[in-house]
Design a protein around this ligand. Structure first.
Ligand SMILES: Nc1ncnc2c1ncn2[C@@H]1O[C@H](COP(=O)(O)OP(=O)(O)OP(=O)(O)O)[C@@H](O)[C@H]1O
Ligand SMILES: [Mg+2]
Length: 247
């Protein structure tokens, strides 16, 4: 099974005086359980690609399948439905609601769908525990560290049982120790079978993925598997930074 399949995807932004060809025909598949880092210079189309995968925007041409669903044929309403029910986003800036507690922030996607019963509340508590915040359920974002806030965002991204976790520079605001904690969490979630697609500028982050896709000028420049032994070694190096109760 595939988390997604991308066929000759293009995206053009039409401005007054010019057309920007942000993606110029990109094709690749992501099997379920994969862990992909998307890299490339500024302006190469990484965020554009992530926005298409996240159903935040519609491609100009080409095909995008999420699971078995051909998203390229969907209306805006159908896209919005998929986005709220089957996509998990994690952003650099966490995007938490300051007035809400940890567990309430995790519940937000369900609240918007009117699907928040006792069973769902319990599941959100379990997700908070899963990301190591079982003792912080009633904290608000301002009472949490950056790494803890990003864990809330990761738990929230899982609440919908998404096709994949989409992370755009998810560790961009974090120091190296906290980055190591978040990447250790991604490793665990990936070992649980979660598919992860993340954009990063940093080699130390990309080497933790199973696979690295490089974009250049809106085209796929390379698509390579990371060596499993080197991945393990990179994870072990990073773990030395993490306090033992989390390791
Ligand atoms: N909404 C938009 N309207 C017009 N042009 C856009 C828009 N969004 C992106 N672009 C252009 O599309 C190209 C790809 O942008 P994109 O944001 O995908 O790059 P990126 O690889 O994410 O870069 P960065 O590493 O700086 O985040 C750039 O030339 C950018 O200027
Ligand atoms: Mg970007």
């Amino acid at each position: 099974m595939y988390a997604c399949r991308i066929r000759d995807l293009t995206k053009e932004y039409v401005l007054k005086s010019e057309t920007v060809r942000a993606l110029r025909g990109v094709s690749f598949d992501v099997p379920e359980g994969d862990y992909v880092a998307i890299m490339g210079p500024s302006g190469s189309g990484k965020s554009t690609l992530l926005n298409l995968l996240g159903c935040l925007d519609q491609a100009t041409s080409g095909e995008l399948y999420l699971g078995e669903d051909n998203v390229s044929l969907m209306s805006d309403d159908e896209l919005a439905e998929i986005r709220s029910r089957r996509i998990g986003f994690v952003f650099q800036s966490y995007n938490l609601i300051q007035q809400l507690t940890v567990v309430e922030n995790i519940q937000v996607p369900l609240y918007y769908q009117g699907r928040l019963g006792p069973k769902e509340r319990q599941r959100c508590i379990e997700l908070a525990e899963r990301v190591g915040l079982g003792d912080r359920l009633d904290h608000r974002p301002a009472q949490l560290s950056g790494g803890q806030q990003q864990r809330v965002a990761i738990a929230r991204s899982l609440v919908n049982d998404p096709y994949f976790i989409l992370a755009d520079e998810a560790t961009g605001n974090l120091d190296s120790k906290t980055t190591a904690e978040i990447l250790a969490l991604f490793d665990e979630l990936n070992e649980d079978g979660r598919t992860i697609i993340m954009v990063t500028h940093e080699d130390e982050v990309a080497e933790r993925a199973k696979r690295v896709i490089r974009l250049r000028d809106g085209l796929l420049q390379s698509d390579e598997q990371n060596d499993p032994e080197e991945r393990k070694a990179a994870a072990a190096r990073a773990l030395e930074l993490v306090p033992s109760e989390l390791a």
